[in-house]
Write a new protein. Structure first.
Length: 218
């Protein structure tokens, strides 16, 4: 949301729009609760964003010239499952996604329902070890969005800076300004991003304005 006082724009909502316009179906703020009473009633952890993107995605496909999504969404013919962590500072993953002691990865995989029960531990173990899993039909990836990239994360983690995200949004909204101009159903963040992107010709100015709204110190 955008708050009226100071018009703050939450990083999580900007990330949502990046994934949405790249053809991802998303769940925001997915909370993982304990199954057993003895584990307590509070949540175990949460994923800032879960997403799935299908391999034959082609918006404006009937035109013969579908939109080109961000290069990170080359799925190579596979269903793409994404667990994304959104940070205002350094790109990083919360402990439950890299530590296997509480089996958070298994819990979220069960909740997503993509893999049969007998494959869950195999998929989770691969994600804990390398932050990536792939079989013939599906790949699972961990994303980290933040102000700057983190050299201490596993190589397979897809890291995106806010500058990269916002430059893509600026280009997408300006390139398809006429086709995307009518969007009364969009939330306030999507409408604000579109308005500023189409008003500001230079991407650097757009990035600077949105970074300021996100309250991110660069």
């Amino acid at each position: 949301m955008i708050e009226k006082r100071g018009k703050k724009m939450l990083p999580e909502k900007v990330a949502y729009w990046f994934f949405r316009i790249n053809g991802c179906l998303t769940i925001e703020n997915f909370v993982i609760h304990p199954e057993k009473r003895e584990e307590g009633s509070s949540q175990i952890t949460d994923a800032d964003l879960l997403a799935v993107r299908f391999p034959y995605r082609a918006e404006f496909g009937l035109s013969g010239e579908p939109m080109k999504d961000h290069p990170i969404f080359q799925s190579y013919g596979k269903i793409d499952l994404i667990i994304a962590e959104i940070k205002s500072g350094l790109c990083r993953l919360n402990g439950p996604w890299i530590k296997c002691d509480r089996r958070s990865m298994q819990r979220v995989l069960y909740a997503m329902g993509v893999f049969p029960k007998e494959e869950i531990d195999t998929v989770a173990d691969s994600l804990y070890k390398s932050a990536y899993y792939s079989n013939a039909q599906t790949q699972v990836r961990l994303f980290a969005l933040g102000r700057q990239k983190n050299n201490n994360l596993p190589d397979a983690v897809v890291q995106l800076t806010w500058e990269e995200v916002l430059n893509f949004l600026h280009d997408r909204f300006r390139t398809y300004q006429k086709k995307k101009a009518h969007h009364p159903q969009w939330d306030s963040v999507g409408q604000e991003l579109f308005k500023r992107a189409t008003r500001l010709r230079e991407s650097e100015k757009f990035v600077k304005e949105i970074i300021e709204l996100m309250r991110i110190v660069t």
